[in-house]
Design a protein. Structure first.
Length: 237
């Protein structure tokens, strides 16, 4: 066994700063002596050092960066159809909502828009009107909450039931309510009436459960036979 130092393909690739496939190609062409031991290819260190010294003496020329033949165009700036019109993204950033929500308001007819060069632009006047209506609705809700009015969703959370169940109770008993925007608000006396109705239903349900349990126990208890003597009586006779 020779004492010639050997290195692996990965170590040779790191020394020559090339890919391992390039080292294997050089070994197959005979520029680097190698031998196979087991499942691994080992290279002679002196051949790798020779190629490393040659690369230092004659470094490979750097590739020139390709210069664009045509001048690059400046980024395209979209101009609105009329001055002051905003895109859906700009309107969403102004309102603090998502662009998809702005498109919903456009489809609902709350915002006036125009399609221009593939973009949807919003009329600033309709946007100002929408902001004013939104602020008026928020102020009306605050005034209603100050007077003790409760939103239907909040009442459902208070009573631990669904808002659809409360809507059915309101419709069945003809309790008054009013809409502020798209939300339904209940007066304090209506909230108290709903509380009493729910308490009555809970008491009836508890009473019904007790009656049902009593009937179930009575049904499962053994009944004496009619017209016959019991086994204990027969034994005494």
């Amino acid at each position: 066994m020779s004492s010639t130092p050997l290195i692996t393909v990965l170590e040779a690739a790191a020394r020559l700063r090339v890919a391992p496939a390039e080292i294997v190609r050089l070994a197959r062409e005979g520029q680097i002596r190698s031998r196979i031991e087991g499942f691994q290819r080992l290279l002679y260190l002196e051949d790798v050092q020779r190629l490393e010294a040659a690369a230092l003496r004659n470094p490979a020329p750097r590739k020139k960066e390709r210069q664009p033949t045509t001048p690059q165009k400046p980024p395209r700036r979209h101009r609105p159809p009329q001055p002051g019109w905003l895109t859906t993204r700009e309107a969403a950033a102004l309102l603090g909502i998502r662009p998809e929500t702005v498109l919903k308001h456009i489809r609902a007819g709350k915002l006036k828009s125009q399609l221009f060069r593939g973009l949807c632009y919003i009329d600033p006047e309709s946007l100002r009107q929408f902001i004013a209506e939104r602020a008026a609705l928020q102020a009306a809700r605050k005034r209603a909450e100050c007077k003790g009015f409760v939103c239907l969703y909040r009442a459902a959370h208070m009573f631990e039931c669904s808002h659809g169940y409360l809507q059915n109770l309101i419709k069945k008993h003809r309790l008054p309510s009013r809409y502020i925007g798209r939300y339904r608000y209940l007066a304090p006396e209506v909230v108290e009436a709903l509380r009493q109705l729910l308490q009555q239903r809970q008491r009836r349900r508890a009473k019904g459960n007790e009656t049902g349990v009593a009937q179930l126990v009575e049904h499962r208890s053994p009944k004496p036979k009619v017209g016959g003597s019991s086994p204990s009586t027969r034994a005494t006779e």
